[in-house]
Design a protein. Structure first.
Length: 397
């Protein structure tokens, strides 16, 4: 006999856990699946700091009793809403604590296959058990979407790795490593490799690396004036971030091309202010370098970049692709092919209703997969606040 539930949440990162806490608060008949906070433990470099500030690096529950601030106070960790960097290990421990307190029945099994059946869905778990759910919320974050440029995909893994693979940095002591990219994964990995004694260089096609603003030292009126010019939001400083952070439903009503442009262009690759201290005056940063090809000759890797002054060939022992993540529905192999075919898409991401529903009735997407519909907010944990409230109200009313 197949067990039936109303809602299945697939994924237990900040979005899945926050939504689970709201569903639990509303008394919904649901189950949440996945290894809690697994991405933060298995796919982020040890020693990394979050780029979001403390107040925006939290999970959400309807009674507001389980914030990062409360966890830090209870466990004696230093905390401030702004200005005290959050180590990734602390964020992981906090997420696990949140799960154990609010969602002790979470099922750590992975969903291997989702198929449509009788107006709902059948979910096959990784041990073969099958469950029926009326509605499914896909909250799988970024893990399926690591992006490696086609030119690099054939390189053997001893020469190439993506920043989402966690490798012990000590392995690279004395080795020459090129890190490609300009986002926080690239910059943090380069800084941590440098600390581990590697000879590192960052190569980016961008004209510079953008770092988030360090906390203001201003006080009183000067601070008030600065905040008027650049208000603070969960996505950082400035009016554009403020609007992206606080008006996701307005954003959803905008024309699709506008949404795509803003989501692509705003809050693109950047690194946290702590990351700056890891690389500044320590790791050479070469800008305007577009990678053309990479080949192995003997025991070395030879990478050719196009630069404003012509081609440049660089020799290295390893190349790290800090080339980020691209949402692509076809990477979600646990969704049965016929379901994936039915999902209306824009740029390989799902087109979503104002309640996160895809064109397949009963199938919802939250987190980074929903960014083209609701804006850059959905690429950050801060977006879980709006998402959990909005979706729970809709599904459990
Ligand atoms: C280097 C780096 C630094 C970042 N720093 C920040 C930051 O400082 N602040 C911030 O807000 N954001 C940061 N981000 C963005 C961050 O990835 C998102 O905020 C976050 O992923 C959103 O949470 P999520 O719940 O959508 O997904 P995730 O945290 O990615 O969690 C997804 C979950 O889904 C599970 N899952 C996947 N497939 C299945 C399946 N088939 N069955 C069951 N479970 C499954 C995974 O195990 C995982 O637990 C950073 C990203 C990177 C790469």
């Amino acid at each position: 006999m197949v067990r039936s539930i109303d809602f299945a949440i697939v994924g237990a990162g900040p979005y899945g856990l926050s939504l689970g806490a709201y569903f639990a608060g509303a008394g919904a008949n649901f189950k949440i699946f996945g290894s809690p906070m697994a991405v933060w433990r298995n796919h982020m470099p040890s020693g990394m700091y979050l780029k979001s500030e403390g107040f925006a690096s939290t999970l959400f529950d309807p009674r507001r009793q389980h914030s990062l601030r409360e966890f830090c106070a209870r466990n004696g960790h230093p905390y401030a809403d702004v200005g005290v960097p959050i180590p990734v290990e602390l964020f992981y421990a906090y997420g696990r604590d949140f799960q154990q307190r609010l969602l002790p029945d979470l099922d750590t099994r992975h969903i291997a296959r989702i198929t449509a059946a009788g107006g709902g869905f059948l979910l096959r778990l990784d041990d073969g058990e099958v469950l029926r759910a009326r509605k499914v919320v896909v909250a799988v974050g970024i893990a399926h979407y690591a992006y490696i440029p086609p030119e690099l995909r054939e390189l053997p893994s001893r020469f190439l790795w993506h920043t989402s693979e966690k490798r012990p940095m000590e392995q690279f002591f004395g080795r020459r490593v090129l890190v490609m990219g300009a986002g926080s994964s690239a910059v943090d990995t380069a800084g941590l490799l440098h600390q581990a004694g590697a000879d590192v260089e960052i190569m980016t096609r961008r004209p510079k690396i953008w770092f988030n603003h360090a906390p203001d030292r201003k006080r009183g009126l000067a601070l008030a004036y600065a905040r008027l010019l650049k208000p603070r939001s969960g996505l950082g400083l400035g009016w554009r971030s403020y609007m992206a952070s606080d008006l996701p439903t307005v954003f959803h009503r905008m024309p699709e091309q506008f949404r795509l442009r803003v989501t692509r262009g705003h809050l693109g690759p950047s690194a946290g202010w702590v990351s700056r201290t890891l690389v500044e005056d320590k790791v050479p940063i070469k800008v305007e370098r577009t990678m053309r090809r990479a080949e192995v000759r003997g025991e070395k890797l030879h990478v050719t970049f196009t630069t404003p002054d012509g081609d440049e060939e660089v020799e290295a022992d390893h190349l790290v692709a800090g080339t980020g993540y691209k949402v692509d529905l076809d990477r979600l192999e646990f969704l049965d092919e016929p379901i994936r075919q039915q999902i209306s898409r824009v740029n390989s991401t799902p087109r979503l209703s104002r309640f996160f529903e895809s064109s397949v009735p009963g199938l919802y997407f939250v987190g980074p997969s929903a960014a083209n519909s609701f804006g850059p907010l959905l690429r950050f944990a801060w977006g879980a606040k709006f998402t959990s409230r909005h979706l729970t109200r809709h599904l459990t009313r």
